[in-house]
Design a protein around this ligand. Structure first.
Ligand code: SF4
Ligand code: SF3
Length: 540
């Protein structure tokens, strides 16, 4: 076995990638990421102790968030870039130890003063020794520890976006150290680890809330907005990822240059923000979800840039006009540092023209402020029986054929039901016509995956209006997962006590049968079956 990774839904054979990642992750990158996470647990051990003495360190706090986000699926495929993170992690472990002061208790291996070997090859070998498979604890505890790690990686992405907009939370930093340090503590039993997993869900909620505040303060509340699909004649740059601040800066720098800006994937909801939609050269959304990028990027003649996941191995036909920014990296693809995008803009001008090829218009911008702005109408429609049920069909998209379930589900949902959606899984059905119920669109695009926060606000407000709990509402949640942000969101829903979630297209490989039983018994979580069967059960 040259590597082991099972952190995403694509894990090979439903158990783990052992030769090369289905995502394209190479064994050396997998080993270096494992070494990074191992080293960060060592940092966390000391940082947590330092904090107990009232000593905090901004450099360490921020590093942990970046280091975790960099190991999320489809973010960083560059071994050199990850090796730099590991070197920095070893330095910061030393700093954290100093800050912790005198400590004479046991020090777990990860937090001891081990040296980093000099060459990349030796570092990879060391990483192989500290991989996900290297554990001496009970399999169920290990399973929950991985669940916690992936949940933390997921919210680290959101914390990073919030920080880009000037928002940070000490609560998030404190928990990150505490939870990673707890993974080195073999005295914690299964119940204690489950408690930490649910707390990770709460912290993800706090992080999504912070990011929502950051977005709203910077760009206003999203408003329902028609989004043009396809392309307009002229030069263009396609932006993929989640980072709205990145998009704003690019819009500013391209204003008046004749270069149009297109959104891709999770950037689609950007069209709903007043502070972003005001730029008339933010012209359209191009393409579908991340797994279609090979075909779609080859057909997009302009420059293309990723600011977060999900990048895939680029084909030669577009590598020369592809860029990465932030933590996203692919070996051989030009990486942009900082906020000067003149090189990307110059490339777009050099590239051929896009054709006038408009598609249909779709709607986005149904954040909680917009939906709750018509709450009276919605409540009246529920009371009159015009709306019988709400579905939240959201989460990641992916390549597996089983994901057709989500299209089938949305199409087969009865006409007197409303579907809220979010994240890139929406591309399974967001170009279809669902009509409306008394002026309320049947398909409401709540936003990006982090806007699960907004969907929760809607659910809580409806529960208040009907004087019941969220679990008593005519609301069912169908979550499609792929990477670790979806894990974080799932933990949030569990922390909030949400029951009867349907999860698909398959269950996480890192969840053991006993942990799954716990989730079934306590939350009645279940794998998706067929759209027909699930609809019948939910509406029955
Ligand atoms: Fe496999 Fe997913 Fe890990 Fe990539 S991230 S190596 S696809 S389990
Ligand atoms: Fe999609 Fe990668 Fe998860 Fe933000 S862009 S949801 S998969």
């Amino acid at each position: 076995m040259s590597m082991f990774c099972y952190q995403c839904e694509q894990a090979s054979k439903g158990s783990g990638c052992t030769v090369v990642g289905v995502c394209g992750k190479q064994p050396d990158v997998a080993a270096l990421q494992d070494l990074l996470v191992y080293t960060m647990k060592g940092i966390a051990f000391w940082a947590d102790k330092a904090r107990a003495n009232g000593v905090k360190d901004q450099e360490i706090d921020r590093f942990m968030i970046d280091g975790l986000f960099t190991t999320v699926t489809n973010v960083d495929f560059d071994p050199e870039a990850i090796a730099k993170f590991v070197t920095e992690a070893v330095r910061l472990r030393g700093k954290a130890k100093q800050l912790a002061g005198n400590y004479d208790g046991d020090v777990p291996a990860a937090a001891q003063d081990w040296d980093l070997p000099a060459t990349l090859e030796e570092q990879v070998k060391l990483g192989e020794l500290h991989g996900v498979k290297d554990f001496n604890v009970d399999a169920d505890i290990h399973s929950v520890r991985e669940l916690i790690t992936y949940g933390i990686k997921g919210y680290a992405a959101y914390a990073d976006h919030a920080r880009t907009l000037g928002k940070e939370s000490d609560e998030v930093y404190a928990f990150t150290h505490q939870a990673l340090a707890a993974q080195l503590d073999d005295s914690l039993d299964l119940t204690a680890n489950v408690g930490i997993a649910l707390e990770a869900g709460r912290i993800n909620y706090v992080t999504m809330e912070l990011l929502n505040q950051a977005h709203v303060e910077a760009y206003g509340h999203p408003v329902p907005t028609p989004v043009q699909l396809g392309t307009k004649a002229g030069k263009g740059i396609l932006v993929s990822g989640h980072d709205l601040k990145f998009l704003e800066e690019l819009l500013k720098q391209t204003e008046g240059t004749g270069v149009n800006i297109y959104t891709h994937g999770e950037m689609l909801p950007a069209h709903g923000y007043p502070g972003l939609k005001k730029y008339s050269h933010l012209v359209a959304n191009y393409g579908g979800a991340w797994q279609d990028q090979h075909k779609e990027f080859a057909a997009f003649p302009g420059a293309i840039i990723f600011n977060t996941n999900c990048i895939q191995k680029p084909s030669e036909s577009y590598t020369d006009r592809l860029f990465t920014w932030g933590l996203v990296q692919w070996p051989g693809v030009k990486h942009m540092e900082g906020w000067d995008f003149s090189e990307v803009i110059a490339k777009a001008k050099e590239c051929g023209n896009l054709e006038e090829n408009p598609g249909k218009e779709i709607l986005t911008g149904f954040g909680h402020n917009a939906i709750l702005g018509v709450a009276d109408k919605i409540i009246a429609a529920v009371k009159s029986g015009d709306i019988k049920h709400f579905f939240l069909v959201g989460g990641c998209d992916g390549a597996k054929p089983g994901r057709n379930y989500f299209t089938d589900f949305a199409v087969q949902a009865p006409k007197d039901t409303v579907i809220m959606t979010l994240a890139c899984g929406k591309y399974r059905f967001n170009k279809l016509d669902f009509g409306d119920i008394g002026g309320i669109p049947r398909l409401l695009d709540v936003g990006q995956c982090n806007d699960a926060y907004s969907a929760i606000q809607v659910a809580v407000a409806l529960a208040d209006a009907f004087e019941c709990g969220v679990n008593d509402l005519p609301l069912s949640m169908i979550i499609s997962w792929y990477e670790q942000k979806a894990v974080a969101i799932l933990l949030t829903l569990l922390h909030l006590g949400i029951k009867n979630i349907k999860l698909g297209p398959t269950l996480p490989a890192f969840v053991t049968p006993n942990v799954l039983n716990f989730l079934v018994e306590n939350y009645n979580i279940a794998p998706i079956k067929t759209a027909e069967e699930d609809l019948k059960e939910m509406l029955g």
